[in-house]
Design a protein around this ligand. Structure first.
Ligand code: DC
Length: 223
């Protein structure tokens, strides 16, 4: 059996890809890349430079020439864009509102997918996103698609963002997540969907450790 060196984790917003991927990668000694940060980084630069969100050609050029360096640690990722630390701005509401539009631009995706493949070539990797199993690492050794109900995802994101899971704030977060999922799964270019050979894991009611353990079993079975 071949040894596992590439693991793709896809799924909708707040399905746990990042926390699961980060813990799994530290257990395996692999690098970890949360590709959503790259789409957020390009979105932030587009906003800062007032690039019109309707100008696909300008956004494509911007994505190709923006230098993005991501260092992942067990405590989180640090993101440098053109040598400036932008980590604290990537979840700003303006970025949140525009990132689905920008990530639907085919040229932006082509530029970022090339950078993601370069990072994968550097060694064993766990990569999280929307199109990792279908496009970026279509020949990944293990592909996982994390599912969770919109309500559970909204609860997790609400707790993470504001420390509360009261009904009103969870309802608002759920609406945002559902709007973003719709845009991400209905776009023409690399829509969010499980790869045909992905292992689908329904995570409602499971802890992070339980999800990681399920993936670790898949790794052990292949190694
Ligand atoms: O995972 P996230 O919420 O940080 O991702 C932000 C946005 O980036 C999300 O709306 C979809 C997009 N994205 C994508 O299109 N492809 C990826 N591989 C990762 C993220």
């Amino acid at each position: 059996m071949p040894k596992v060196s590439t693991i793709a984790i896809d799924g909708p917003a707040a399905s746990g890809k990042t926390v699961v991927g980060r813990l799994l990668s530290s257990q395996l000694g692999f690098q970890f890349l949360d590709t959503g940060l790259m789409y957020r980084a390009v979105t932030l630069v587009a906003i800062q430079q007032s690039t019109p969100l309707s100008n696909d050609a300008a956004l494509t050029t911007l994505a190709a020439k923006t230098q993005i360096a991501i260092t992942d640690t067990p405590d989180g990722a640090r993101v440098l864009v053109n040598n400036h630390d932008v980590t604290g701005s990537l979840r700003d509401p303006e970025v949140e509102a525009a990132v689905s539009r920008i990530s639907a631009v085919a040229g932006v995706r082509t530029a970022l997918v090339a950078k993601q493949r370069e990072m994968a070539a550097a060694g064993s990797i766990v990569m999280a996103g929307r199109d990792i199993g279908t496009v970026v690492l279509a020949d990944a050794d293990i592909k996982v698609y994390l599912e969770a109900s919109a309500e559970e995802r909204a609860k997790r994101r609400g707790l993470e963002k504001s420390g509360t899971d009261d009904k009103e704030s969870v309802g608002a977060v759920q609406k945002d997540l559902e709007a973003r999922d719709k845009q991400d799964s209905q776009r023409a270019s690399s829509p969010l969907r499980p790869a045909d050979d992905a292992h689908i894991i329904q995570t409602d009611g499971l802890s992070i450790e339980q999800v990681v353990a399920k993936i670790a079993q898949l790794v052990a079975a292949r190694s």
